[in-house]
Design a protein around this ligand. Structure first.
Ligand code: NAD
Length: 275
């Protein structure tokens, strides 16, 4: 089994991004909006600030009180949409319960939509006219490219149908000529689909969901799941399932590092489209 190392690919990409930003003298500004003080979000944000700053992007965290009203949040988004210094905006999820995250995230100007959650950007993938691709999806596509794994003609099972991972990933893989099956919480017999798949992507968030009985030898496994078990970070595949793979992303160190790299990739893309 060969490990698909997102950490290694990210390192290479960050060097490339730093060079591009310097050479082209790109002035890129990122604004992250956070409501409240979710601990996991704090960690994600710290990383976003660290890696963007490392490549020469000016990042700004706008931390609003947990109780901020939706109307006030919308005002902040609208101001950032107008601000010429801001290339990209991220609304950090999760937001408190009184905020409609999808509605607010979709108010971000599609031309500043780093996460690719706007209707325009999501539909562009469905329409096979891709604009900004959500970071996790783009990160997975980059891993396939980096490890010379062709997807055209492959039977791929994507487990999970969220708007930020499962669905846009399925659309993007169809655009690349894969035959894609989407499975989800109501799929009756998951194994029936995964067993014959050349590539299995699990984006669920359930430890031990994909076992060795459910995959064929030599399959390629992409583990998007993030789960905390006994204080340890694990994905959705069992270790034994991973051992049957020809290529497998580890957790941690697989898809996660790529998601953050793709924030920078998308910011550069947004900046270059500004011209
Ligand atoms: P989500 O909760 O929105 O979606 C989970 C999906 O899993 C749903 O579509 C649901 O139908 C499906 N599901 C639930 N139980 C199932 C079961 N028993 N069998 C088959 N399908 C089932 O989650 P999401 O935002 O798409 O994220 C999925 C996972 O990926 C989470 O663990 C999340 O933390 C992780 N994630 C990781 C990264 C990364 O950078 N590595 C990025 C985004 C999300």
């Amino acid at each position: 089994m060969k490990v698909i190392s997102g950490t290694k690919v990210r390192k290479e990409l960050l060097e490339k991004y730093r060079e591009t930003i310097q050479k082209k003298k790109l002035k890129i500004g990122l604004a992250i909006i956070q409501l409240g003080d979710n601990e996991a979000s704090n960690t994600y944000i710290r990383n976003k600030l660290k890696y963007t700053e490392e490549v020469g992007i000016e990042s700004n965290l706008i931390k609003l009180p947990e109780k901020t009203k939706e109307a006030e949040l919308i005002k902040v988004i609208e101001e950032l949409n107008k601000d010429k210094k801001v290339t990209g905006i991220i609304l950090q999820s999760p937001t408190p319960d009184h905020i409609d995250f999808t509605k607010c995230a979709r108010l971000i100007d599609p031309k500043k939509d780093v996460d690719g959650f706007s209707e325009e950007n999501l539909f562009s993938i469905r329409d096979n006219n891709e604009k900004i691709i959500p970071c996790t999806v783009k990160g997975i596509l980059k891993l396939f490219d980096s490890y010379n794994i062709p997807v055209a003609g492959k039977d791929i099972v994507v487990i999970g149908r969220s708007n930020i991972v499962g669905r846009p990933l399925a659309d993007a893989l169809i655009n690349r000529n894969a035959t894609v099956t989407i499975c989800h919480s109501k799929t009756k017999n998951l194994e029936k689909y995964t067993k014959h798949a050349d590539i299995v992507v699990s984006a669920v968030g359930k430890p031990n969901l994909v076992t060795k009985e459910m995959v064929k030898r030599g399959f390629i496994g992409i583990d998007v799941g993030i789960n905390m078990v006994d204080g340890k970070l694990v994905g959705d595949f069992t270790k034994e399932a991973g051992e049957k793979a020809s290529y497998m992303t580890p957790v941690p160190g697989g898809v996660g590092p790529m998601t953050i790299a793709m924030i920078i990739d998308n910011l550069i893309e947004l900046k270059e489209k500004e011209k």
